[in-house]
Write a protein that binds this ligand. Sequence first.
Ligand SMILES: [Ca+2]
Length: 230
Amino acid sequence: MRFAVILMSVSPYMAANPWCAQHLTTPSMHFFAHYQYRPSSHARSMSQDKGTFVRMKCLILLLACGAVGWAQRCDPELGAENLARSGAASQSSTYGITPIPEAGKAIDGITRTNFHDHSCTHTSNDRPAWWKLDLKRRVKVKSVVIVNRQDCCPERLIRAQVMIGNSADGNNPICGTITDVSKASITLCCDGMEGRYLSVTISDRAEYLTLCEVEVYEEDMKKEPVPCWE
Ligand SMILES: [Ca+2]
């Protein structure tokens, strides 16, 4: 075994499985190995050194907890409800062209990334430039997906902050800051941040703020991971 990595599954089936992990020897995963304590077999050997057993169990627990952030991706599941569609949007100003690139263009369900397809917002050169969404109820937000403009100037969204909370004026905790605009779709994991109001704000400079779509997905409490050590 040349490399060893301890992984934790978030599958609920793990709770029903007496194996916490198992050795993997397939060629495609030759550098991964799961460590497993199997009470019926290994317990006898571990009983010879209870201290070692406890220490190793704690080590696995710590590593597993550290791996949670890696294991729990926040990408919305297929068919998940986009709560933004039933919200109400506003923005710091609206750029003076026709058709009007109003705030609601970011929650119209159309994810086209060409501004000239008339489904993106556009503010004036504001400081701060902001877009806000009233979700109309408190939500534990799992993730926010932002679709950025691609026909021009995607870099305008750099350092935009997504904030979530219950303050209607937008002064809320930060879920994340956009630092990478290499892809049209940007997903921010909010880890269950709770709030009724969501905002996207560029405050460090005067900037045009354009959003082709903003999607909001709620934390799914039914899919909480079952710790494998229980
Ligand atoms: Ca849109």
